[in-house]
Ligand binder design. Structure first.
Ligand SMILES: *Cc1c(COP(=O)(O)O)cnc(C)c1O
Length: 387
């Protein structure tokens, strides 16, 4: 066996040019986005939502960078993500948004984690667990003000103060979540703020949190005591109707493995969904849907039709995808940049003016899904994040 193969148990030993795609993650920009959000939060504490492996960027790298920026409170979705976060954040407050599953109390206690209790049953169980351990363990309570997904109903929230078992644990945070905070003009925002206010007033002294990334930018400034940005930290635009106040954290490049001329009437890719109407130059890029690039960004039609589909930046020039995205490959019509490309060059799939938001839109989805799908196949390089 050759030396390299013997060493592959340590992925850091695999050279970057051995991978199909190159993912760049800028931890200094992540930290500056966090500071920017904190400065917009009107004095409220800024937490960081690091669920889904910090939106694809890596909990192990993102959390220490956020800690150095001054972040002290983290939110994840699952208990296992919380344990991974604890491994790199010994003293932070860590909340688990998806709540308490029966029998997991000891795990919460072992790692000093806080469930976000989303139903009366979860409150029962957390109070009982705290009593059985003789300790007032911390938790948040989630009140559902419109999502109809997780959380107590508003009437249940208003009745909380009458629950005697509320004294059995430490209610450290009261929270709710916006349905469409990215639509600044949506009347639901105001209704949710009002319902949340009412519950909050019935529980004086309990810190409160409502705003996600977009919520921070709402005209009503619903910052309360703590804000919970996720997407914007990683460069997503929290104000889709306006310029992005954030800077991009993630860049993705793919390598050209072949270049070829396609003759008129020839198709490209599986099922022949894209046809060259005249001779076209097509570059085949070594990134596919198995890398996490959404297949829904496939380009169907022909070389003259404009369809909503993926794009690559080739030497700064926008070049459209051609045909279906395969598991490991994307074909790009580089005719317009034909004299400037050669085999082995890299093209930009996320970066420059090709933002995560646009990549999501071109795939018929949202940038959140693009980020959280970023694959483990990429050679990941991190910039910044030191002391
Ligand atoms: C994911 C999530 C957030 C973060 O939302 P962004 O839109 O990514 O800022 C905040 N709060 C809750 C409850 C969430 O599930």
């Amino acid at each position: 066996m050759n030396k390299l193969l013997r060493r592959t148990s340590d992925p850091s030993r695999i050279p970057d040019n051995a991978a199909g795609g190159l993912l760049h993650i800028d931890l200094d920009v992540l930290a500056s986005n966090w500071r920017n959000l904190r400065d917009h939060a009107g004095g409220a504490e800024a937490a960081a939502v690091v669920k889904a492996n910090a939106y694809g960027t890596g909990i192990e790298q993102a959390v220490p960078a956020l800690l150095r920026a001054g972040c002290r409170t983290f939110f994840v979705a699952h208990l296992d993500e919380a344990i991974c976060t604890r491994a790199v954040a010994a003293d932070a407050a860590i909340y688990v948004l998806n709540g308490l599953l029966t029998g997991t109390g000891p795990t919460y206690a072992d790692f000093d984690l806080r469930p976000v209790l989303g139903s009366s049953e979860e409150i029962d169980e957390w109070a009982a667990f705290s009593r059985s351990e003789g300790r007032r363990f911390k938790a948040a309570v989630h009140v559902d003000t419109g999502m109809n997904r997780l959380g107590l109903t508003v009437p249940e929230g208003l009745a909380l103060r009458d629950r005697t078992d509320l004294q059995d644990f430490d209610l450290a945070l009261l929270m709710s979540h916006f349905v469409s905070a990215e639509e600044g003009g949506n009347p639901l925002n105001g209704q949710q703020i009002e319902a949340f206010q009412a519950v909050r007033q019935s529980l004086p002294g309990i810190p409160a949190s409502l705003a996600n990334s977009s919520g921070i930018y709402l005209a009503q400034k619903p910052h309360f005591d703590l804000v919970r940005p996720g997407y914007a930290l990683y460069g997503g635009n929290p104000t889709p109707d306006r310029d992005n106040p954030m800077s991009p954290v993630v860049g993705l490049e793919g390598r050209i493995v072949q270049l070829r001329w396609i003759e008129p009437d020839q198709t490209v890719g599986y099922n022949g969904r894209w046809t060259a109407l005249e001779q076209r130059r097509v570059a085949t890029i070594s990134v596919g849907y198995a890398d996490g690039y959404p297949r829904s960004a496939s380009a169907r039609g022909n070389s003259s039709e404009t369809v909503l589909a993926g794009m690559a930046l080739v030497n700064g020039r926008r070049c459209p995808f051609a045909g279906n995205i395969s598991m490991d490959l994307i074909a790009v019509d580089v005719t317009e940049a034909a004299d400037q490309v050669q085999r082995g060059d890299t093209v930009t799939l996320i970066g420059g003016d090709l933002t995560v938001d646009e990549v999501g839109r071109r795939a018929g989805t949202i940038g959140y899904e693009v980020l959280t799908s970023l694959g483990s196949r990429y050679a990941r390089t991190y910039r910044g994040g030191e002391g």
